[in-house]
Design a binder for this molecule. Structure first.
Ligand code: BG6
Length: 744
């Protein structure tokens, strides 16, 4: 069905739409590389169909290609199903839509785009069609809906074989992520710069296609007279840019775990909204240069973001989802944040001291996105707090979802009556709904007369060459320049674990102290019935007994805090009594959060007088990631001032071989213990519990008597690497204090 393309020449009069710029109508070739992928299926083909429908009377003609790596015979049926499902614009009569859809289907075909020859063949094919039909070429649009690592190679192939020959344009559309940090964004930019000119690149941030976001600048311009006097530090209390989501990231973890919420959403979508809200209003809104310069200016005047300007969280089930999707063992731990709240400030007199919050998270209580500018209220309401003057004064750019369900701009009636935007309608009939602390009837509300999907909107802007709706290179690098230092400072930070949904209660609430932001509750405290996760109200740390020993049960963050204190107390007591502290640490992922906490507060700990021993070790070289010592070293010892002769890795690698009985590694370690530790009594031993309930490297079934009086022994694990070296029950049981940390 798609083997041949019929070019339909639907050339009616050129008028209206976005084709009106100084672009001559002609034939437009659209190639979606990754044309059978998820994004293409969900949004792109629909968007291009809408474009086709809106362009029927523009004088342009089209052909569409879905490109991909798969061979034609498997991909054609897939593409056909996608195309069959494209939806009709709401205002298009059914019959008319059916006709246009039929045309659209006939104009579309699949091409395998793998090798340079494939791209060359495509170019030849396009040129042959143009010649045969005697058409003038308007331009070629390549939409790269593929992972970013493939961009440079595809751009190179397009450059060398698919450039239009005449004066027609070339536009290459790129989807985020555009890099992982400033450096990788620069590398990607340089690679793409070898093949494409800056004006040929269209970097998509779909938030710029959201109708409300696209309306921020025009709204500010139209209401300039009202806004000018109040758009400053004297009147603005704070700005909040928020995207709350209820879903988890299952199915996207290979991508998400490398990126996390800051890279996924804050660096791009929320930063764009922030710049539109706070940049100096351009005199000419359609001047790409002026808009870009003003955007850059505001980004560069933001105060640097460090770890005191952010709090991060991770929904509780995330770690297990990562283990499953990435095929990791049960002791794999990830620090990737799924929630972040960041406090930004602009170092300009106009906004001095105004806090700007950028907040987003998965598994929160509701799905909603908005930017809210809250104004100060200088009226003191003594009695009638219901009076309209006592209510919040705010402007809300409501992107959609949430209680309101539709996109809207809302202005508190106590502020001013805004100008109705072109193509928007006022909403006066309200249902009983509350938006951010105010009944909807307390706002002037306007909404787009016709709702448009963000991708469809942006696709029409690509055709029109409206560069303001896309991310320029300078803009991209400036944004990464802002976020990269924060991301580096958070790279090892332990996120607050939250249960998800309404169970989060107030545990993600934040508190501003000067330029810093923290969680409002210092530690999260939970109740005994927490494991089922009902409500956070009334949660407390459980202190109890387990077989006559102290037991503390709480969220990981609190446990780690308690444990760190306990360890510090023990260290100080030992050092003041005997001048030395001997501690043995376990490996695996359980103690990572503790190591991180100890490294952060290393100044107060008596590291100089501390000897660090290992509870157990895997039979791998000590420099390998799998080595317990490597974890302790890289996560803790590397960051604290401890004399190197106080560090005691287990000798699993002797005579260039791993854990051979005859090499006597276990005896050697035991001798070291006896030589340096009085009575071989460790001051402190930290144990964790593995998912099969082993502790140290003593696995279920290991009998105390099998190990005799030994303090150190070789043992066998059911998991790879099977061979281990471990302190024995005798060594552990004689320690002054044993802590067993159970997380997960
Ligand atoms: C995408 C992110 O860019 O934006 C997703 O990758 C996020 O993680 C989405 O869910 C949010 O967009 P929207 O339009 O649904 O608010």
């Amino acid at each position: 069905m798609f083997a041949t393309v019929f070019l339909l020449l639907v050339t009616l009069c050129a008028q209206g739409g976005y084709g009106e710029e100084a672009q001559k109508p002609g034939h437009v070739t659209v190639v979606i590389v990754g044309g059978t992928g998820d994004l293409a299926k969900k949004y792109l083909w629909n968007g291009f169909f809408q474009l086709y429908v809106s362009q029927v009377s523009s004088g342009n003609t089209f052909s569409f290609y879905g490109g991909g790596l798969s061979p034609t015979d498997t991909a054609i049926p897939v593409l056909f199903e996608i195309l069959k499902a494209v939806s009709c614009p709401k205002d298009l009569p059914e019959e008319r839509c059916a006709v246009l859809k039929e045309q659209f289907l006939r104009l579309s075909q699949y091409r395998q785009l793998k090798t340079l020859e494939d791209y060359q063949d495509l170019a030849k094919y396009i040129e042959k069609q143009l010649q045969e039909e005697g058409m003038t070429e308007a331009g070629r649009l390549f939409y790269l809906s593929v992972p970013a690592f493939a961009y440079a190679d595809i751009a190179d192939k397009i450059n060398s074989s698919c450039r239009p020959t005449s004066r027609a344009w070339l536009r290459v559309v790129l989807e985020k992520p555009f890099g992982h940090d400033l450096f990788s964004a620069e590398v990607l930019t340089a690679q793409l710069g070898n093949s494409l000119k800056d004006e040929e690149m269209y970097r998509i941030d779909h938030y710029l296609g959201k109708q409300v976001v696209a309306q921020i600048l025009p709204f500010r311009a139209e209401n300039k007279n009202f806004l000018d006097p109040i758009w400053n530090k004297h009147h603005i209390e704070r700005v909040e840019i928020v995207l709350k989501e209820t879903l988890d990231v299952k199915g996207r973890i290979p991508f998400y775990d490398q990126y996390g919420v800051i890279r996924d959403v804050l660096q791009n979508h929320l930063t764009e909204v922030m710049t539109l809200l706070t940049m100096r209003l351009p005199k000419n809104l359609s001047s790409h240069e002026e808009v870009m310069n003003n955007k850059l200016r505001v980004i560069s005047s933001l105060l640097p973001l460090g770890k005191n300007q952010a709090v991060i969280g991770q929904y509780q089930a995330y770690n297990a989802e990562v283990q499953q999707e990435l095929n990791k063992t049960k002791d794999h731990i990830t620090f990737t944040p799924t929630f972040a709240a960041v406090l930004a400030r602009i170092a300009e007199t106009q906004y001095e001291g105004v806090p700007i919050f950028l907040i987003s998270g998965k598994m929160l209580d509701e799905r909603v996105g908005y930017a809210r500018v809250l104004f100060k209220n200088d009226i003191v309401c003594l009695q009638n707090s219901n009076s309209i003057h006592c209510k919040p004064k705010q402007i809300i750019y409501y992107f959609g979802h949430g209680s309101l369900k539709y996109p809207a701009i809302l202005v508190s009636k106590t502020l001013f009556k805004p100008v109705l935007m072109n193509g928007w309608k006022e909403v006066t009939e309200h249902t009983d709904v509350n938006v951010l602390g105010l009944a909807i009837s307390d706002y002037y509300v306007q909404t787009p007369s016709k709702e448009r999907e963000a991708y469809a909107e942006l696709i029409s802007h690509i055709l029109a060459g409206h560069k303001n709706s896309f991310i320029s290179t300078e803009n991209l690098l400036a944004s990464w320049g802002l976020w990269t230092p924060l991301l580096s400072s958070l790279s090892n930070a332990f996120p607050r674990i939250y249960p998800g949904g309404s169970d989060n209660g107030d545990m993600l609430d934040v508190l501003v102290k000067g330029n810093d932001i923290t969680y409002n509750s210092e530690v999260v405290i939970i109740s005994p019935d927490q494991m089922g996760g009902t409500s956070t109200s009334g949660f407390k740390v459980v202190r109890g007994k387990f077989r006559d020993d102290e037991m503390v049960s709480a969220w990981a963050e609190e446990l780690v805090e308690e444990l760190a204190k306990d360890l510090q107390d023990a260290a100080e007591a030992a050092v003041s009594k005997s001048g030395v502290f001997h501690v043995a640490f376990s490996g695996g992922s359980t103690p990572l959060a503790l190591f991180h906490r100890l490294a952060l507060h290393h100044f107060t700990f008596p590291w100089r007088d501390t000897h660090v021993w290992m509870v157990d070790e895997r039979c791998v070289p000590l420099t390998e990631l799998d080595s317990n010592f490597y974890t302790v070293y890289s996560q803790l010892l590397h960051h604290v001032k401890i004399p190197y002769f106080n560090i005691h890795p287990m000798p699993v690698h002797l005579n260039h071989r791993l854990c051979v009985e005859e090499d006597g590694g276990a005896q050697f370690y035991e001798k070291e213990v006896s030589r340096l530790i009085n009575g071989s009594v460790f001051h402190y031993i930290l144990l964790g519990v593995g998912y099969d309930s082993h502790t140290a490297s003593l696995f279920p079934g290991t009998k105390e008597d099998e190990l005799g009086d030994k303090l150190v022994a070789f043992t066998e694990s059911p998991d790879k690497p099977h061979q281990r070296m471990s302190l024995t029950f005798s060594a552990i049981n004689r320690a002054q204090r044993v802590a067993l940390l159970v997380i997960g």
